[in-house]
Design a protein around this ligand. Sequence first.
Ligand code: GUN
Length: 293
Amino acid sequence: MQLLDGKLLSENIKAEIAAEVENIRQKGGKIPHLAAVLVGENPASQVYVNSKIKSCEQVGFKSTLIQRNADVTEAELLEIVQGLNNDPDVDGFIVQLPLPKHISEEKITLAIDHRKDVDGFHPVNFGRMAQGMPAFLPATPFGIMEMLRRYNIETAGKHCVVLGRSNIVGTPMSLLLSRKGYPGDCTVTLTHSRTRDLPAEVRRADIVVAAIGIPQFVKGDWVKEGAVVVDVGINRIPDATKKSGTRLVGDVDFDEVAPKCSHITPVPGGVGLMTVTALLMNTLKACRKEIYS
Ligand code: GUN
């Protein structure tokens, strides 16, 4: 069994991006600039946004953090989005989800200029991705594809089972893996809460992508010998042996599943770090106008 090491890969990719930024700086070009909007006090969102801002610093990007209390109005947030759309120095920006209930995530996502949508959540980017056109790919699926590529995981003709049909992971992941080319050319099954006999579906998989948000859900006897397992889950569970009283686990029961796999992503240290790195890759693409001129 080989670990798919998100920490090592993301450090390598960040070093490549940092070298590119240095190159841009020496030529007097524009330094990539990512902005992040954080609303309210969701602790997980705070951790994710801080990690995005810190990663910008590591590679030499400019970053801007805009924070508002949970009682910000939808109109105020839309105004912030318009300001970022119109700011020529900002190459790309994200509005961290989830948003408070009184704000429509759909309205906010639609208001973001798709040319600055480095999260790849806008329907223009989603539609372009689905048709195989150049697009900002959502960060988690983009990070996973980069991981498969850099570990030379064979995908052509493989049967891939995706657990979870969210707009930001499961659904785009199923589209990307079924696309022509590498990594891709998989036969994909997209499973969800109404799927019958989920363990039987997972047992047929050469590649499993677990993105359902239930801690340690995928069990050892669900997984075929030699499968590649990608664990997207980040769940905090009680653990009396830890000083904090908790620990992070994925959607896969790692101890049961790992011995059966050819490759598996750990949690933490797997997909999560690749997500942040993919956001940096998208921001660099935005700054270089690689997707939209
Ligand atoms: N919430 C959970 N994941 C993400 C993400 O990738 N981007 C944003 N903006 N919000 C999220």
